[in-house]
Design a protein around this ligand. Structure first.
Ligand code: PGA
Length: 249
């Protein structure tokens, strides 16, 4: 299965700086996208501005959230259909920052997943344990609950394992931790989903940097990485996207 590299720009980027960053990444992405799928998820305000540029370079256009309802009186919100209308292909859902700051729960995230699918968007659903739940049995129970409650049984999107303690802290999980968590997640997916588990990509996210990207991308079961901070520089994002590929050596 091809690995996927997603850059989550979060609330960063203006018209000019966003276009410059996307242009710099696009100019160098050719040989990488022969081997891996690359998606950039800028803020909503840059989606339509960057859509043609990213399409030209074969980079997927991702959004960072969508509303659970089709349309309605929701001031400030963005629907899945609006995203599809702009050419968005992927949507990140259930990121821990949205769970924390916008009080999103598993039931709401599941409705968003279904809405996204209805409009042909590929959901990238984030799950992950907190620092307090790091211990194996607690973390496993929490992750299993997130999977069963966020994902419909016919889910056909992407899962991103993002331990909360690793996000934006500079402390990525170790290769061993990622490997054992991913084995657990693949198992939980195969129990929960009607579809064949092997068709579900599971990404790792949390302080991925160019220095450790090759070892993370070599972990068995890793379907790619979701990159936050390091996706805001073309050099570091490209370093991650090409890590471990023959062209990097
Ligand atoms: P980070 O963010 O790479 O800055 O830790 C990852 C994420 O939040 O998706």
């Amino acid at each position: 299965m091809r690995q996927m590299i997603i850059g989550n720009w979060k609330m960063h980027g203006l018209l000019q700086t966003g276009a410059e960053l996307a242009q710099e990444i696009g100019a160098a992405i050719g040989p990488i996208s022969d081997a891996r799928d690359v998606v950039l998820a800028p803020p909503f305000t840059l989606l339509s501005h960057l859509a043609p540029l990213l399409a030209r370079h074969g980079i997927g256009l991702g959004a960072q959230d969508c509303h659970a309802d089709a349309e309605g009186a929701y001031t400030g919100d963005i629907s899945a259909e609006m995203l599809a209308d702009l050419g968005v292909s992927h949507v990140i859902l259930g990121h821990s920052e949205r769970r924390e700051h916008h009080h999103e729960n598993n039931a709401l995230i599941r409705r968003k997943v279904q809405r996204a699918r209805e409009h042909g968007l590929c959901p990238v659903v984030c799950v992950g344990e907190s620092e307090q739940q790091k211990e194996d049995t607690l973390a496993q129970a929490w992750l299993a609950k997130q999977i069963t409650e966020c994902l419909p049984r016919d889910f056909d999107g992407i899962l991103a394992y993002e331990p909360i303690w690793a996000i934006g802290t500079g402390k990525a999980a170790t290769q061993q931790d990622i490997e054992s968590r991913l084995a657990f997640l693949h198992d939980a997916l195969s129990q929960h989903l009607e579809t064949d588990d092997k068709s579900t990509r599971v990404l790792y996210g949390g302080s991925v940097k160019p220095e450790d990207a090759a070892s993370i991308l070599a972990v068995p079961g890793v379907g790619g990485v979701l990159v936050g901070g390091a996706s805001l520089s073309a050099r570091s994002f490209l370093g991650i996207a090409q890590a471990g590929l023959p062209l990097a050596s």
